[in-house]
Design a protein around this ligand. Structure first.
Ligand SMILES: Nc1ncnc2c1ncn2[C@@H]1O[C@H](COP(=O)(O)OP(=O)(O)O)[C@@H](O)[C@H]1O
Ligand SMILES: [Mg+2]
Length: 318
Protein backbone atom coordinates (compact mmCIF):
# COMPACT_ATOMS: atom_id res chain seq x y z
CA UNK A 1 0.00 0.00 0.00
CA UNK A 2 2.93 2.31 0.62
CA UNK A 3 4.85 1.52 -2.51
CA UNK A 4 3.78 1.15 -6.07
CA UNK A 5 4.88 -1.63 -8.32
CA UNK A 6 1.79 -1.63 -10.47
CA UNK A 7 2.95 -2.34 -13.97
CA UNK A 8 -0.37 -2.84 -15.60
CA UNK A 9 -0.09 -2.71 -19.32
CA UNK A 10 3.69 -2.99 -19.35
CA UNK A 11 3.71 -6.75 -19.36
CA UNK A 12 0.53 -8.46 -20.49
CA UNK A 13 1.64 -11.96 -19.48
CA UNK A 14 1.32 -12.55 -15.73
CA UNK A 15 4.53 -13.49 -13.93
CA UNK A 16 2.62 -16.29 -12.20
CA UNK A 17 -0.81 -17.61 -12.99
CA UNK A 18 -2.66 -20.17 -10.91
CA UNK A 19 -5.49 -21.86 -12.81
CA UNK A 20 -7.92 -23.87 -10.70
CA UNK A 21 -5.12 -25.38 -8.64
CA UNK A 22 -5.81 -28.22 -6.20
CA UNK A 23 -3.58 -30.08 -3.81
CA UNK A 24 -4.92 -33.01 -1.87
CA UNK A 25 -3.26 -34.75 1.04
CA UNK A 26 -4.30 -37.99 2.65
CA UNK A 27 -5.12 -37.79 6.29
CA UNK A 28 -2.35 -39.10 8.44
CA UNK A 29 -4.52 -40.10 11.39
CA UNK A 30 -4.16 -43.78 10.52
CA UNK A 31 -7.88 -44.27 9.84
CA UNK A 32 -8.68 -46.63 7.03
CA UNK A 33 -10.41 -45.38 3.91
CA UNK A 34 -14.15 -44.97 4.11
CA UNK A 35 -16.69 -44.18 1.48
CA UNK A 36 -20.03 -42.51 1.90
CA UNK A 37 -22.58 -40.72 -0.22
CA UNK A 38 -21.52 -37.25 -1.19
CA UNK A 39 -24.04 -34.55 -0.29
CA UNK A 40 -25.15 -32.23 -2.99
CA UNK A 41 -23.77 -28.73 -2.42
CA UNK A 42 -21.09 -29.89 -0.01
CA UNK A 43 -21.16 -31.04 3.58
CA UNK A 44 -21.82 -28.23 6.04
CA UNK A 45 -20.09 -30.18 8.81
CA UNK A 46 -16.75 -30.33 7.05
CA UNK A 47 -13.64 -29.09 8.82
CA UNK A 48 -11.49 -26.33 7.36
CA UNK A 49 -10.04 -27.41 4.04
CA UNK A 50 -11.80 -30.75 4.16
CA UNK A 51 -14.07 -31.35 1.23
CA UNK A 52 -16.65 -33.99 0.69
CA UNK A 53 -17.58 -32.54 -2.71
CA UNK A 54 -14.62 -30.63 -4.12
CA UNK A 55 -15.28 -28.47 -7.12
CA UNK A 56 -12.93 -30.54 -9.28
CA UNK A 57 -15.08 -33.59 -8.86
CA UNK A 58 -18.27 -31.63 -9.22
CA UNK A 59 -17.09 -30.27 -12.55
CA UNK A 60 -16.00 -33.75 -13.60
CA UNK A 61 -19.56 -34.88 -12.94
CA UNK A 62 -18.53 -37.27 -10.16
CA UNK A 63 -20.32 -35.74 -7.25
CA UNK A 64 -23.98 -35.62 -8.00
CA UNK A 65 -26.13 -36.59 -5.01
CA UNK A 66 -25.60 -40.22 -4.14
CA UNK A 67 -22.17 -40.56 -5.77
CA UNK A 68 -19.62 -42.32 -3.61
CA UNK A 69 -16.44 -40.66 -2.58
CA UNK A 70 -13.64 -41.77 -0.34
CA UNK A 71 -13.28 -39.67 2.79
CA UNK A 72 -9.61 -40.21 3.41
CA UNK A 73 -8.19 -36.88 2.33
CA UNK A 74 -8.67 -33.17 2.23
CA UNK A 75 -7.77 -30.32 -0.07
CA UNK A 76 -4.92 -28.22 1.32
CA UNK A 77 -5.34 -25.97 -1.73
CA UNK A 78 -8.80 -25.97 -3.23
CA UNK A 79 -9.60 -24.60 -6.68
CA UNK A 80 -7.31 -21.61 -6.39
CA UNK A 81 -7.01 -19.21 -9.32
CA UNK A 82 -5.00 -16.00 -9.31
CA UNK A 83 -2.84 -13.85 -11.53
CA UNK A 84 0.30 -12.14 -10.30
CA UNK A 85 1.79 -9.40 -12.42
CA UNK A 86 5.47 -8.97 -13.07
CA UNK A 87 7.06 -6.82 -10.35
CA UNK A 88 4.30 -7.18 -7.77
CA UNK A 89 4.93 -7.84 -4.11
CA UNK A 90 2.06 -10.11 -3.18
CA UNK A 91 1.49 -11.16 0.40
CA UNK A 92 -0.36 -14.39 1.11
CA UNK A 93 -2.22 -14.13 4.40
CA UNK A 94 -4.00 -16.85 6.30
CA UNK A 95 -3.95 -18.75 9.55
CA UNK A 96 -1.79 -21.78 10.19
CA UNK A 97 -2.71 -24.78 8.07
CA UNK A 98 -4.71 -22.86 5.45
CA UNK A 99 -2.45 -23.96 2.58
CA UNK A 100 0.02 -21.08 2.15
CA UNK A 101 3.18 -23.20 2.20
CA UNK A 102 1.55 -25.82 -0.02
CA UNK A 103 0.79 -23.11 -2.59
CA UNK A 104 4.41 -21.87 -2.56
CA UNK A 105 5.76 -25.41 -2.78
CA UNK A 106 3.63 -26.09 -5.84
CA UNK A 107 5.00 -22.90 -7.40
CA UNK A 108 8.56 -24.26 -7.41
CA UNK A 109 7.45 -27.88 -7.87
CA UNK A 110 8.47 -29.15 -4.47
CA UNK A 111 4.85 -30.38 -4.55
CA UNK A 112 2.90 -31.33 -7.65
CA UNK A 113 -0.71 -30.15 -7.90
CA UNK A 114 -3.51 -32.71 -8.13
CA UNK A 115 -5.48 -30.49 -10.44
CA UNK A 116 -5.19 -27.29 -12.44
CA UNK A 117 -2.05 -25.65 -13.72
CA UNK A 118 0.54 -23.04 -12.80
CA UNK A 119 2.10 -20.82 -15.44
CA UNK A 120 5.33 -18.89 -15.10
CA UNK A 121 5.44 -16.02 -17.59
CA UNK A 122 2.87 -17.88 -19.68
CA UNK A 123 4.60 -21.27 -19.63
CA UNK A 124 3.21 -24.27 -17.81
CA UNK A 125 5.70 -25.20 -15.07
CA UNK A 126 4.77 -28.87 -15.51
CA UNK A 127 6.62 -28.75 -18.83
CA UNK A 128 9.77 -27.35 -17.24
CA UNK A 129 12.62 -29.19 -15.59
CA UNK A 130 12.11 -28.72 -11.80
CA UNK A 131 15.78 -27.95 -11.19
CA UNK A 132 15.90 -25.33 -13.94
CA UNK A 133 12.61 -23.92 -12.68
CA UNK A 134 13.92 -23.55 -9.12
CA UNK A 135 16.97 -21.69 -10.39
CA UNK A 136 14.61 -19.01 -11.73
CA UNK A 137 13.08 -18.66 -8.27
CA UNK A 138 14.57 -17.63 -4.95
CA UNK A 139 13.17 -19.47 -1.94
CA UNK A 140 13.43 -18.25 1.64
CA UNK A 141 11.99 -20.18 4.58
CA UNK A 142 11.32 -19.32 8.21
CA UNK A 143 14.47 -20.70 9.83
CA UNK A 144 16.67 -19.40 6.97
CA UNK A 145 17.78 -23.00 6.28
CA UNK A 146 21.47 -22.13 6.10
CA UNK A 147 24.06 -24.89 5.88
CA UNK A 148 25.59 -24.88 9.40
CA UNK A 149 29.02 -26.14 8.31
CA UNK A 150 29.44 -23.44 5.64
CA UNK A 151 30.52 -19.84 6.10
CA UNK A 152 28.24 -16.98 5.13
CA UNK A 153 30.27 -16.57 1.94
CA UNK A 154 29.82 -20.23 0.98
CA UNK A 155 26.15 -20.22 1.91
CA UNK A 156 25.42 -17.18 -0.21
CA UNK A 157 27.41 -18.49 -3.18
CA UNK A 158 26.01 -22.03 -3.18
CA UNK A 159 24.10 -21.68 -6.45
CA UNK A 160 26.71 -19.54 -8.28
CA UNK A 161 29.31 -22.19 -7.39
CA UNK A 162 26.98 -24.95 -8.59
CA UNK A 163 26.68 -22.99 -11.82
CA UNK A 164 30.50 -22.93 -11.95
CA UNK A 165 30.95 -19.18 -11.76
CA UNK A 166 34.58 -18.05 -11.49
CA UNK A 167 35.72 -17.59 -7.83
CA UNK A 168 36.27 -13.84 -8.32
CA UNK A 169 32.76 -13.42 -9.72
CA UNK A 170 31.31 -15.41 -6.78
CA UNK A 171 33.22 -13.25 -4.32
CA UNK A 172 32.07 -10.00 -5.94
CA UNK A 173 28.48 -11.18 -5.96
CA UNK A 174 28.67 -12.14 -2.27
CA UNK A 175 30.02 -8.65 -1.47
CA UNK A 176 27.21 -7.05 -3.46
CA UNK A 177 24.54 -9.24 -1.84
CA UNK A 178 25.73 -8.76 1.73
CA UNK A 179 25.66 -5.02 1.15
CA UNK A 180 22.17 -5.34 -0.34
CA UNK A 181 20.84 -7.14 2.75
CA UNK A 182 22.59 -4.76 5.14
CA UNK A 183 25.50 -6.89 6.40
CA UNK A 184 29.02 -5.47 6.31
CA UNK A 185 30.77 -7.96 3.95
CA UNK A 186 34.18 -8.07 5.61
CA UNK A 187 32.68 -8.48 9.03
CA UNK A 188 30.30 -11.29 8.12
CA UNK A 189 31.57 -13.28 5.12
CA UNK A 190 33.73 -15.70 7.14
CA UNK A 191 31.27 -16.31 9.95
CA UNK A 192 29.29 -19.50 10.43
CA UNK A 193 25.49 -19.39 10.88
CA UNK A 194 25.80 -20.21 14.60
CA UNK A 195 27.78 -16.96 14.99
CA UNK A 196 24.83 -14.88 13.71
CA UNK A 197 21.61 -13.66 15.31
CA UNK A 198 18.27 -14.90 13.98
CA UNK A 199 17.75 -11.67 12.04
CA UNK A 200 21.24 -11.84 10.52
CA UNK A 201 20.62 -15.44 9.49
CA UNK A 202 17.44 -14.34 7.73
CA UNK A 203 19.42 -11.65 5.90
CA UNK A 204 21.92 -14.28 4.74
CA UNK A 205 19.04 -16.53 3.66
CA UNK A 206 17.63 -13.63 1.65
CA UNK A 207 21.05 -12.91 0.10
CA UNK A 208 21.44 -16.56 -0.90
CA UNK A 209 18.00 -16.63 -2.53
CA UNK A 210 18.83 -13.45 -4.50
CA UNK A 211 22.25 -14.71 -5.67
CA UNK A 212 21.43 -15.43 -9.30
CA UNK A 213 18.95 -12.55 -9.66
CA UNK A 214 15.82 -14.71 -9.86
CA UNK A 215 12.78 -13.10 -11.46
CA UNK A 216 10.54 -14.57 -8.77
CA UNK A 217 11.12 -14.76 -5.02
CA UNK A 218 9.11 -17.12 -2.82
CA UNK A 219 9.28 -16.11 0.84
CA UNK A 220 7.64 -18.41 3.36
CA UNK A 221 7.18 -16.58 6.68
CA UNK A 222 10.81 -15.45 6.47
CA UNK A 223 10.53 -13.12 9.47
CA UNK A 224 8.29 -15.34 11.58
CA UNK A 225 10.97 -16.25 14.11
CA UNK A 226 12.55 -12.85 14.78
CA UNK A 227 11.67 -10.24 17.40
CA UNK A 228 9.33 -7.34 16.62
CA UNK A 229 11.99 -4.64 16.11
CA UNK A 230 14.23 -6.82 13.94
CA UNK A 231 11.14 -7.81 12.01
CA UNK A 232 10.26 -4.21 11.28
CA UNK A 233 13.81 -3.54 10.07
CA UNK A 234 13.74 -6.62 7.88
CA UNK A 235 10.38 -5.60 6.43
CA UNK A 236 11.82 -2.21 5.48
CA UNK A 237 14.86 -3.88 3.93
CA UNK A 238 12.63 -6.22 1.99
CA UNK A 239 10.62 -3.31 0.54
CA UNK A 240 13.87 -1.64 -0.50
CA UNK A 241 15.26 -4.86 -2.02
CA UNK A 242 12.01 -5.38 -3.89
CA UNK A 243 12.20 -1.84 -5.29
CA UNK A 244 15.87 -2.24 -6.23
CA UNK A 245 15.58 -5.67 -7.85
CA UNK A 246 12.19 -5.15 -9.49
CA UNK A 247 11.34 -8.86 -9.16
CA UNK A 248 8.04 -10.54 -8.42
CA UNK A 249 7.81 -11.42 -4.73
CA UNK A 250 5.36 -13.83 -3.08
CA UNK A 251 5.51 -13.37 0.65
CA UNK A 252 3.65 -15.72 3.00
CA UNK A 253 2.67 -14.55 6.46
CA UNK A 254 0.02 -15.19 9.10
CA UNK A 255 0.47 -11.63 10.41
CA UNK A 256 -2.17 -9.26 9.05
CA UNK A 257 -0.07 -6.16 9.83
CA UNK A 258 2.89 -7.58 7.93
CA UNK A 259 0.68 -8.63 5.02
CA UNK A 260 -1.00 -5.23 4.69
CA UNK A 261 2.22 -3.31 5.20
CA UNK A 262 4.25 -5.16 2.57
CA UNK A 263 1.87 -6.28 -0.13
CA UNK A 264 0.81 -4.08 -3.00
CA UNK A 265 -1.92 -6.73 -3.14
CA UNK A 266 -2.88 -9.27 -0.51
CA UNK A 267 -4.19 -12.80 -1.11
CA UNK A 268 -6.35 -13.94 1.80
CA UNK A 269 -6.68 -17.71 2.15
CA UNK A 270 -8.78 -19.87 4.43
CA UNK A 271 -9.24 -23.64 4.36
CA UNK A 272 -7.30 -23.98 1.11
CA UNK A 273 -9.40 -21.41 -0.71
CA UNK A 274 -8.58 -17.94 -1.93
CA UNK A 275 -11.18 -15.66 -0.36
CA UNK A 276 -10.03 -12.30 -1.68
CA UNK A 277 -7.09 -10.86 -3.59
CA UNK A 278 -6.89 -7.10 -3.79
CA UNK A 279 -5.07 -4.00 -2.62
CA UNK A 280 -5.01 -3.52 1.16
CA UNK A 281 -7.21 -0.43 0.77
CA UNK A 282 -9.93 -2.28 -1.15
CA UNK A 283 -9.88 -5.24 1.23
CA UNK A 284 -10.39 -2.91 4.19
CA UNK A 285 -13.13 -0.96 2.39
CA UNK A 286 -14.87 -3.92 0.81
CA UNK A 287 -14.15 -7.25 2.49
CA UNK A 288 -15.45 -9.90 0.09
CA UNK A 289 -16.28 -12.50 2.68
CA UNK A 290 -17.41 -12.76 6.36
CA UNK A 291 -14.05 -14.34 7.28
CA UNK A 292 -12.16 -11.39 5.77
CA UNK A 293 -14.48 -8.96 7.54
CA UNK A 294 -13.81 -10.63 10.91
CA UNK A 295 -10.08 -10.58 10.23
CA UNK A 296 -10.12 -6.85 9.49
CA UNK A 297 -12.32 -6.09 12.45
CA UNK A 298 -10.07 -7.97 14.90
CA UNK A 299 -6.98 -6.19 13.52
CA UNK A 300 -8.74 -2.84 13.94
CA UNK A 301 -9.72 -3.69 17.51
CA UNK A 302 -6.08 -4.44 18.32
CA UNK A 303 -5.11 -1.14 16.74
CA UNK A 304 -7.75 0.60 18.82
CA UNK A 305 -6.33 -1.04 21.96
CA UNK A 306 -2.86 0.36 21.22
CA UNK A 307 -4.13 3.77 20.17
CA UNK A 308 -6.51 4.40 23.01
CA UNK A 309 -6.12 2.30 26.15
CA UNK A 310 -2.32 2.26 26.37
CA UNK A 311 -2.03 5.97 25.58
CA UNK A 312 -4.80 6.71 28.08
CA UNK A 313 -3.12 4.62 30.81
CA UNK A 314 0.20 6.34 30.25
CA UNK A 315 -1.50 9.72 30.42
CA UNK A 316 -3.26 8.74 33.65
CA UNK A 317 0.03 7.67 35.22
CA UNK A 318 1.63 11.06 34.81
N1 LIG B 1 3.33 -33.30 3.01
C1 LIG B 1 2.14 -33.26 3.62
N2 LIG B 1 1.44 -34.40 3.88
C2 LIG B 1 0.23 -34.36 4.46
N3 LIG B 1 -0.38 -33.21 4.82
C3 LIG B 1 0.26 -32.06 4.59
C4 LIG B 1 1.56 -32.01 3.98
N4 LIG B 1 1.95 -30.70 3.87
C5 LIG B 1 0.96 -29.98 4.40
N5 LIG B 1 -0.05 -30.78 4.83
C6 LIG B 1 -1.31 -30.33 5.44
O1 LIG B 1 -1.93 -29.43 4.54
C7 LIG B 1 -2.53 -28.33 5.25
C8 LIG B 1 -1.93 -27.04 4.76
O2 LIG B 1 -0.58 -27.01 5.20
P1 LIG B 1 0.38 -25.78 4.88
O3 LIG B 1 0.30 -25.47 3.44
O4 LIG B 1 1.72 -26.13 5.42
O5 LIG B 1 -0.31 -24.62 5.73
P2 LIG B 1 0.22 -23.17 6.11
O6 LIG B 1 1.54 -22.95 5.44
O7 LIG B 1 -0.85 -22.22 5.67
O8 LIG B 1 0.35 -23.17 7.61
C9 LIG B 1 -2.30 -28.63 6.73
O9 LIG B 1 -3.44 -29.25 7.23
C10 LIG B 1 -1.12 -29.55 6.73
O10 LIG B 1 -1.12 -30.40 7.85
MG1 LIG C 1 3.42 -22.63 6.27
Amino acid sequence: MNHSSEKEGLCAVPAIEYRNVYKRFDRTDGKSLRVRPCRKGGDKRKKQGEESCPDAEASAGASSAGALKEESGFYAVNNLSAEIRDGELITILGSSGCGKTTLLKMTNRLYEPDGGSILLFGEDIQKQDPVQLRRKMGYVIQQAGLFPHMTVEDNVSVIPRLLKWEPARCRDRVTELLELVGLEPDQYRSRYPSQLSGGQQQRVGLARALATKPGVMLLDEPFGAVDAITRLNLQNELLRIHRETGGTFLFVTHDIHEAFRLGNRVMIMNGGRLLQMDTPETIVRKPADPFVETLIRSAMEQEHFWNSSIAFDRGADK
